[in-house]
Design a protein. Structure first.
Length: 229
């Protein structure tokens, strides 16, 4: 957790770009960085516990005997999920799908390189510059884990077109992209019983939710579900 009040410092805009899906902004607030998408706060570097949980919970849901499981991370963000995956030698392929060119740039040769540089240099890591929904619909690759964090959650999307990820068709694409026994992990800024039911309706097993308490308001959560064997 940050050791200062969350708004003790005024934000300083480091970069502002008009991307293919609207405006994206990188701000610095004290020692932390923030990403703003279309005026909506997306994430910052003050507390990465739930982003790390996204990766840890997915790996824990897989059998320890599964060799070098492949993970697809949906959304590069501030890099916490990628870094966590790269820190774990058990993972095999680590693919990260990111549709915003600015966010990729901030990690490759901008301020966020200090966070993700080592993880991006890991030979297991590959950045896929694509829209996650389109990638899941068109790729023929199979993954052992899908760790998705492209919104504030299924009930609070950053852009309207992201809604399709949580639709029956989007969840069917997720199911197809998973190997049998694979795990879907979806980050959300608040719990969603409706999304839990949608996962069951889509054919997933073992649907459950893990929570991370926050200083104020409802907890961040990771929704977990398994593709049947």
């Amino acid at each position: 957790m940050p050791d200062h009040p969350p708004y003790a410092y005024a934000p300083v805009t480091l970069d502002r770009r008009e991307g293919p899906y609207g405006e994206v902004v990188l701000r610095e607030r004290g020692a932390d960085f923030e990403i703003i998408a279309n005026g909506c706060f997306l994430m910052d570097t003050s507390d990465g516990r739930s982003e790390r949980l996204l990766i840890d919970a997915a790996l824990d849901a897989l059998p320890a005997t599964r060799p070098a499981p492949a993970v697809l991370i949906g959304g590069l963000g501030v890099g916490f999920s990628l870094v966590r995956a790269a820190e774990e030698p058990r993972w095999g392929r680590i693919h990260v799908v990111e549709r915003e060119p600015a966010i990729v740039d901030w990690h490759l040769d901008g301020p966020l390189a200090a966070i993700s540089g080592a993880a991006l240099a890991d030979p297991r890591t590959a950045i896929l510059r694509a829209d996650l929904v389109a990638h899941l619909r068109t790729t023929t690759e199979r993954y052992d884990a899908l760790c998705l964090d492209i919104d504030n959650g299924p009930d609070w999307t950053v852009t309207e077109d992201n809604n399709s990820l949580y639709s029956p068709a989007g969840l069917a694409d997720c199911l197809r992209r998973l190997a049998p026994g694979g795990v879907l992990a979806v980050w959300s800024a608040r719990p969603s019983t409706a999304f839990e039911q949608a996962l069951r309706d889509a054919g997933f097993d073992g649907v459950r939710t893990e929570e991370i308490a926050v200083a104020r308001g409802v907890p961040d959560v990771v929704h977990l579900a398994l593709r049947p064997l």
